[in-house]
Design a protein around this ligand. Structure first.
Ligand code: AMP
Length: 195
């Protein structure tokens, strides 16, 4: 089983790359951002709770996020592995994920961080906002807040996995194909160590 965390700031290309990686490696893609958007669109109770945070670019509380993630993993036990996209975003979430995978006799194989500058992600997000209609991609102040939250709360997640030599930086600048090739190279070397 190979379990990957696709890590990086908002707009670093995680969703785009995850879509290609799941095809190549036949893994289950779990994006907590997509799950929240699904719940908000369908106006579920969870969606109503999440909305007040997502619309400000704040993190949804761990108690809500971890429960939602756990349900998604539990619903899909028979997979070759998972690609976690946009999760974990706090050390508390990372510890909960480690525990959950541990209870299934598995663990995180690698965290791959797509590294992209703040200027580049701001440009990309504003561009994406025009097409996607996502409110949190259209407002520079919300984007700034998401970058701040990433630096303060989420970067420590990479350090958590760096301590056990499982965190890798991948240059996120370049064409989709170039970045994909870099990620695949990294994943192949991780696979070689666990097979
Ligand atoms: P994303 O599409 O991954 O950028 O997520 C959009 C928004 O959903 C974020 O700005 C947060 O408000 C919320 N969100 C997504 N994943 C998480 C998470 N792991 N923890 C807390 N909030 C999250």
């Amino acid at each position: 089983m190979i379990n990957l965390i696709l890590f990086g700031p908002p707009g670093s290309g995680k969703g785009t790359q995850a879509a290609r990686l799941v095809e190549k490696y036949e893994l289950l893609h779990i994006s907590t951002g997509d799950l929240f958007r699904y719940h908000m669109k369908n106006d579920t109770l969870l969606g109503q709770k999440a909305k007040q945070y997502t619309e400000k670019g704040e993190l949804v509380p761990d108690s809500i996020t971890i429960g939602m993630l756990r349900d998604k993993v539990e619903e899909n036990p028979d997979v070759n592995g998972y690609i976690f996209d946009g999760f974990p975003r706090t050390v508390n979430q990372a510890e909960a994920l480690d525990k959950l995978l541990g209870s299934k006799g598995t663990s995180i194989s690698a965290l791959t961080e797509l590294r992209v500058s703040d200027e580049e992600i701001t440009t990309r997000l504003l561009l994406r906002g025009k097409d996607s209609g996502r409110a949190d991609d259209q407002d520079v102040e919300i984007i700034k807040n998401r970058i701040k939250v990433y630096k303060e709360d989420t970067i420590p997640v990479a350090l958590h996995y760096a301590q056990i030599d499982k965190a890798f930086i991948v240059d996120g600048i370049g064409s989709i194909d170039e970045v994909f090739d870099r990620l695949c190279q990294r994943i192949e070397s991780v696979k070689a160590t666990i097979e």
